[in-house]
Design a protein around this ligand. Structure first.
Ligand SMILES: N[C@@H](CCC(=O)N[C@@H](CS)C(=O)NCC(=O)O)C(=O)O
Length: 242
C-alpha cells in the first residue's frame, strides 16, 4: 500500500522545517517577524541583502519587496510567503498560541496589531520615500499627531487589560510582539536634543510593560543581546535615524 502524499498544509506545519527570512541588515519593518521566529525556537536563518544584491533580486520577488519568508521542508519542497502582515500571521498561527483563545480574542489581537503595523509602516515608508527636503516636516507632524494618537490609545487599552504586558487576556500574542518590536524605535525617534519624550516608564507604564514582559523570555533576551541584533540596531540608526 502506498503512503498518501502529505498536503502542502501538512508540509508547512512540520516542526523541522527551516525558516529562511530575507530582508535588509537592519530591523526596519522586520522586527516582529524576527522576534516571532526567535520565540518559535525552530531552525531559522536570517539572509540579509545589500542594496546592490536587492536590486538584482527585486524583479524575482512576488511583489518587489522584502521581507520574504521561505519555508524549506524536509522533502525538498519550499514555500514562499511575502507581505509583512501575512508572514506575521502565518508564524502566529504556526506557533499555535499567539492568536488568543477564541475568535473574539483573535479579532481584537488583529485590531491592535493592525494599528501598530499601520503607524510603523507609515513612518518607515514616508521617511524612506519622501524627498530629503520634506522629511523634517513629515517627522514633526508624525511626532505631534500620528505617534501621540497611537500612544494614547494603546496605553488606554493596555491599562484596561490590567497593565499586564498583554493586549488581550494574560497570554502573549502577535499584537504584543508587534508593539514590543517597535517601542525602541519610537523612543529613539523622540530622544533628540530638545525633543519631548512620548514613551517611558513614567509616561506610559502599560506600553513599557509589553516590552519588559517580552524581555523576560530567555530566547528573546538572548536575541537582543546578540551581536547580530546590535548590528541591526546600528543599521536602523544609520539608515532611518531611529
Ligand atoms: N507591502 C510590503 C511592504 C514592505 C516594504 O516596504 N519593504 C521595503 C523594506 S522596509 C522594501 O522592500 N524596500 C525595497 C524596495 O521597495 O525596493 C509588505 O507589507 O511586506
Amino acid at each position: 500500500m502506498s503512503t498518501p502524499l502529505a498536503s502542502n498544509s501538512d508540509l508547512i506545519l512540520a516542526k523541522e522545517n527551516i525558516h529562511h527570512l530575507t530582508y535588509f541588515p537592519f530591523h526596519g519593518l522586520a522586527g516582529c517577524i524576527r522576534t516571532t521566529l526567535v520565540l518559535l525556537g525552530e531552525p531559522y536563518e536570517n539572509h540579509t541583502l545589500s542594496f546592490g544584491e536587492w536590486m538584482a533580486q527585486k524583479p524575482l520577488t512576488p511583489f518587489g519587496h522584502v521581507p520574504i519568508l521561505r519555508e524549506e521542508t524536509k522533502c525538498g519542497k519550499s514555500f514562499e510567503i511575502a507581505e509583512i502582515s501575512a508572514i506575521e500571521f502565518f508564524l502566529a498561527k504556526r506557533a499555535g498560541n499567539l492568536l488568543g483563545k477564541d475568535f473574539w480574542e483573535e479579532s481584537q489581537i488583529r485590531m491592535f496589531h493592525s494599528s501598530t503595523h499601520a503607524v510603523i509602516t507609515f513612518l518607515v515608508h514616508t521617511v524612506v520615500q519622501s524627498p530629503q527636503a520634506d522629511r523634517a516636516a513629515f517627522l514633526t507632524r508624525f511626532k505631534k499627531s500620528n505617534l501621540p494618537q497611537w500612544v494614547r490609545s494603546h496605553e488606554k487599552y493596555l491599562v484596561a487589560n490590567g497593565s499586564n504586558g498583554h493586549y488581550v487576556g494574560d497570554q502573549l500574542s502577535i499584537a504584543d510582539i508587534k508593539t514590543a518590536s517597535v517601542i525602541e524605535h519610537m523612543i529613539n525617534l523622540c530622544s533628540g536634543e530638545g525633543e519631548t519624550p512620548l514613551i517611558s516608564e513614567e509616561l506610559t507604564p502599560a506600553i513599557m510593560a509589553v516590552k519588559t514582559n517580552l524581555e523576560k523570555n530567555p530566547r528573546y533576551a538572548e536575541w537582543r543581546a546578540s551581536q547580530q541584533y546590535q548590528e541591526f540596531t546600528g543599521g536602523n540608526l544609520g539608515f532611518f535615524g531611529f
